[in-house]
Design a protein. Structure first.
Length: 132
């Protein structure tokens, strides 16, 4: 398995060192690196510049995939809708539910053979009152 897009050997070593320090990977008895958890999630509440930067990079990779990954190997769809504030809040909640369902599917998969990035976004294209 190779990374797409590829990275240098030095960046890969730095990344592995960081993952070890964070406790996200470890060396097994055969000398291979393995994940300590099947997947990592921030959960529902987070407030971190690091997470925001990770999300920006994920979106950049998603944009690049449109040109660099064959359509048969990705799913990209975009819709623009006109909805009420109430419907917007319901859509946000539905995206959270779908994310949880997909995480459960990944947890139940006994034979993963690839790494995939899944992004969800919903954001206003018009100004509206930002009251919660």
């Amino acid at each position: 398995m190779e990374l797409n897009p590829p990275i240098s050997e030095a960046k890969a070593k730095d990344a592995i060192d960081l993952l070890i320090r964070l406790g996200l990977v470890k060396k097994n008895e055969n000398g291979y690196y393995e994940q300590t958890e099947q997947f990592v999630t921030t959960g529902e509440s987070w407030n971190s510049i690091a997470i925001e930067n990770f999300q920006r990079e994920s979106l950049r990779l998603a944009a690049d995939s449109i040109s660099n990954v064959p359509k048969s190997h990705r799913e990209t769809s975009t819709v623009t809708v006109s909805v009420s504030r109430k419907c917007f809040v319901e859509m946000k909640e539905r995206l959270r539910e779908i994310r949880k369902e997909l995480l459960e599917m990944a947890r139940m998969d006994s034979n993963p053979d690839g790494v995939f990035q899944i992004n969800f976004q919903i954001f206003p294209l018009t100004r509206f009152d930002h009251k919660e």
